[in-house]
Design a protein around this ligand. Structure first.
Ligand code: AMP
Length: 371
């Protein structure tokens, strides 16, 4: 769950996939029990209802038919103004029980058009089922037979609903929110890719707080804290420290910087559950990850770099090729899935990590400037 951007607007999670699924199941059950001994014809109103209709009929266990229509407007004569027409009805509706599937009913204007259009179709009965309903703005005296979820008057997107064409493909429902104030960057890349070096430069350039979870762990080990003792056994082998420990520590570090303009997360998240926890944590603050910027460097070059660094860094995990390989293994099996995680949110930006420090900072900045 995370804040998403569609065109110029930001949206935060409002209704989960699970909540939507429960509402649809219950709608299907109610309609099924009211339509015993007949085969209803469901009519989905495009575009918004395509996802609802597909999920709805999968929950409808008795015989049924489905069709889709689009309410198209065309300009009538100057005296009639805009006229609406249903496009796509080919079935003979006479004597049928027709159930309209609407994604959302707010003012009821569309509903009114639908009632008007069906008036002369000689159906046996016309019923209306809507997944979302806004009782506060509904102004018509028209019956709505089945309501999935009543919601306040909020602009929502996702699950078939759009904002200027975008947002229909999201699985849950999002509502409008304010623009996040922070620039939050996940600096990503395998061990030795140069994240630490670049983070130092970027934090000054953009006035951000750099949090390297590896550094925080090493600081704790040096100071022999409880956290340090716990982390040491994992780190020395090149294994990941357990998620709960790491997530708690990260939250504490973020909490220490209440006035930050944003963060560079370096070495975090490293697993999918860390990424989910981070999204949730930021969303609660009205913030989000602006993007994952990934340094892409071939593995062999990395081994060389790390062994070289091990000569001076004193880090035990940099001095032994087996430990280094294990860290790559951890990266490839657990961390690399994060690329997909952020790609799915349209927030992954790969950057060539081979070149001089300045060149790479420049490449990273070009991406960060767009956030
Ligand atoms: P780094 O300095 O980022 O290479 O991290 C060094 C070591 O710290 C890793 O090999 C892990 O043992 C531990 N570590 C750092 N960040 C994380 C994290 N996000 N999750 C789990 N372990 C971590």
């Amino acid at each position: 769950m995370s804040i998403i951007k569609l065109h110029d607007k930001y949206f935060k999670t409002y209704l989960s996939e699970a909540k939507i699924a429960t509402a649809i199941k219950s709608l299907a059950k109610q309609i099924e029990s009211d339509c015993k001994n007949e085969i209803p014809l469901f009519i989905g109103i495009l575009n918004g209802s395509f996802m609802f209709a597909a999920d709805f009929i999968r929950q409808y266990k008795s015989d049924c038919e489905i069709s889709f229509v689009k309410l198209a407007s065309y300009q009538g004569t100057s005296s009639t103004g805009e006229i609406k027409q249903l496009v796509g009805i080919n079935e003979n509706l006479e004597g049928r029980t027709v159930v309209i599937l609407e994604d959302i009913i707010d003012t009821g204007n569309t509903l009114q058009e639908i009632y008007a259009i069906f008036k002369d179709k000689k159906v046996k009965q016309l019923k209306i089922a809507t997944l979302f309903f806004k009782p506060d703005v509904f102004k018509k005296e028209l019956p709505i037979d089945y309501v999935g979820i009543s919601i306040p008057d909020k602009f929502i997107v996702g699950y078939g609903l759009d904002y200027n064409g975008l947002g229909r493909n999201y699985k849950s429902i999002y509502q409008l929110t304010t623009q996040p104030k922070m620039k939050n960057i996940v600096l990503f890349g395998p061990p030795g890719a140069g994240k630490g070096t670049q983070a130092e430069l970027l934090k000054n350039k953009y006035n951000l707080i750099h949090i390297s979870t590896g550094d925080v762990f090493r600081y704790n080990i040096k100071n022999k804290t409880k956290l340090g003792m716990l982390a040491k056994s994992y780190m020395d082998k090149g294994d990941l420290v357990p998620d709960e420990v790491t997530i708690d520590m990260l939250k504490t570090e973020v909490g220490k910087n209440k006035d930050a303009k944003g963060f560079i997360f370096d070495g975090f998240p490293r697993t999918q559950s860390q990424a989910i926890a981070l999204d949730k944590f930021l969303e609660e603050k009205g913030e989000t990850i602006s993007g994952m910027v990934a340094l892409e460097v071939p593995e062999n070059l990395l081994v060389e770099r790390l062994l070289e660094r091990g000569k001076t860094s004193g880090r035990p995990d940099d001095q032994d090729e087996n430990k280094i390989r294990n860290r790559f293994n951890e990266y490839n099996t657990k961390t690399a899935v994060l690329k997909e995680f952020y790609q799915n949110q349209n927030k992954y930006f790969g950057v060539n990590g081979v070149g001089s420090i300045e060149e790479i900072t420049q490449r990273l900045s070009e991406v960060i400037d767009t956030f």
